[in-house]
Design a protein around this ligand. Structure first.
Ligand SMILES: Nc1ncnc2c1ncn2[C@@H]1O[C@H](COP(=O)(O)OP(=O)(O)OP(=O)(O)O)[C@@H](O)[C@H]1O
Length: 435
């Protein structure tokens, strides 16, 4: 697949390289697995010399043998001496950087935690010594959000405060997704929104579907639910690295949130235990769910819902994890029928998210959210406000736009009008035809 988008990130990586000519520069990139970190780094330095090291789950000795080969190949230097551990390799490279500018990328950097955690303090000492006098553009990337943040942002960690720049790589936005979709298929609103709702803009999933020309809902479902499918184990694959062995409660919570049990009390009602600590970790450490509150509520108000941020994970929990027994016995027929039966429910929720993202991309609003009252009723799908220009958009979203009753929407909105005194308000319905 040709390279799409990422202009902002490419620009930052080019600037990092330029800065490294003055003194060494460290960037850390964090992004969920499959989002496109490796391809971004390679694209940024495709015409440059790049020492790219992947931290595979191997012993340090084997890794270093591989790295030595890479160094010799890229720099065209014969390495004399042993270099059997990463500390020696890193010191060697920083010393090379004293006489020439070099680009180094270390991918899945958090994996050193399992191989040899003292690498981080060794790197800190070497970095501090060489940074002012060398020209190394160092990119450290990783996909385990909690570990990467800890390595660079926890004041007790050796590399704390060493990174000059942080890049959080997000999935493709709705506009880029539309551009990609148009390169592979004739536009059809429901198929496109299904493509958005399932891939969530993750580069890898998009690439697989585009390659197989699976651009319609039916074809995507055929690709997901088949023998040897990449997608069936993917939710577990992506999350297990974050949660480790302790994943059961997290998976149960995510499965409930994906299935519309979005209030803490509802989750605790089903699991029959307190889940406050888990929710907090899912939100703050792992960044997998987010807290949402009705628009205009006070920040500490208790009317809070939870949402899974990632579309693919919410699809996976709703349709794959929920039916693991059918996956186990490979009853793909059942899985496809089940998914098609409940898909519109899922799609309706993602359509609302789609329009919120689209409105956000116009940069026309200072706040975009939803409203519901204390009982979780009287929902208003979208409330978008431009505080400065005193205007607001109040909208309802439905797959079938004909089912939207604007009069009812106006009626419901009375509850929030006191926050919008003097505002010009537009009431609107969004449906598939507005995609
Ligand atoms: N900007 C892009 N345009 C087109 N294809 C992309 C882009 N970014 C990534 N891809 C493709 O998506 C796939 C996943 O990307 P990549 O391997 O870079 O992700 P990653 O974040 O490093 O994932 P992992 O953590 O699983 O290694 C690759 O096959 C890559 O070619």
């Amino acid at each position: 697949m040709k390279f799409y988008n990422r202009e902002k990130e490419l620009d930052l990586l080019k600037k990092a390289e330029q800065s490294s000519f003055e003194s060494s520069f460290m960037t850390f990139i964090v992004g969920r697995r499959r989002v496109g970190k490796t391809r971004l780094i390679k694209e940024a330095y495709k015409d440059k010399k790049l020492l790219y090291f992947f931290v595979a789950k191997k012993s340090e000795k084997l890794l270093c043998e591989e790295y030595k080969g890479i160094i010799e190949g890229v720099l065209g230097k014969r390495i004399i001496g042993q270099l059997t551990n990463f500390k020696e390799i890193f010191e060697y490279l920083m010393s090379v950087g004293e006489s020439e500018q070099i680009n180094i990328a270390i991918d899945e950097f958090q994996e050193f935690q399992n191989i040899n955690p003292s690498v981080y303090s060794d790197m800190q000492n070497i970095w501090d010594e060489y940074k002012p006098k060398s020209k190394v553009n160092l990119i450290l990337s990783g996909s385990i959000y909690s570990l990467m943040s800890k390595i660079f942002e926890d004041s007790k960690e050796p590399l704390f405060g060493r990174a000059d720049r942080k890049i959080v790589l997000e999935p493709f936005d709705v506009n880029t997704l539309k551009e990609i979709y148009a390169d592979y298929a004739e536009f059809n609103a429901k198929d496109f929104v299904s493509f958005y709702a399932i891939t969530g803009g993750m580069a890898k999933y998009i690439e697989i579907l585009c390659k197989e020309k699976a651009m319609s809902l039916e074809k995507i479902i055929d690709m997901v639910f088949c023998d040897g499918s990449f997608f069936l184990a993917e939710g577990r694959e992506v999350l297990i690295g974050e949660f480790g062995k302790d994943y059961h409660t997290y998976f149960s919570i995510l499965s409930l949130v994906a299935g519309s049990k979005t209030f803490r009390s509802e989750i605790e009602g089903v699991l029959e235990k307190s889940v406050g600590g888990f929710l907090e970790k899912l939100e703050k450490n792992y960044r997998i769910i987010k807290r949402v509150q009705p628009v205009f509520s006070k920040p500490n108000a208790r009317n809070v819902k939870y949402e899974i941020i990632d579309n693919f994970l919410s699809f996976w929990f709703m349709f794959v994890y929920k039916n693991l027994s059918a996956v186990e016995i490979k009853n793909f027929d059942y899985l496809k029928k089940y998914t098609l039966k409940y898909f519109d429910q899922f799609l309706g929720r993602k359509l609302e998210k789609y329009f919120k993202e689209k409105l956000a991309s116009t940069n026309e609003y200072s706040m975009i959210g939803s409203y519901w009252d204390k009982k979780g009723e009287n929902e208003i799908d979208i409330v978008a406000v431009n505080e400065m220009e005193k205007r607001a958009l109040i909208a309802e979203v439905k797959l079938n736009k004909n089912k939207i009753n604007l009069q009812e929407l106006k009626e419901k909105s009375k509850k929030i009008l006191r926050y919008l005194k003097g505002f010009k308000i537009e009431y609107k319905g969004f449906g598939l035809e507005d995609v």
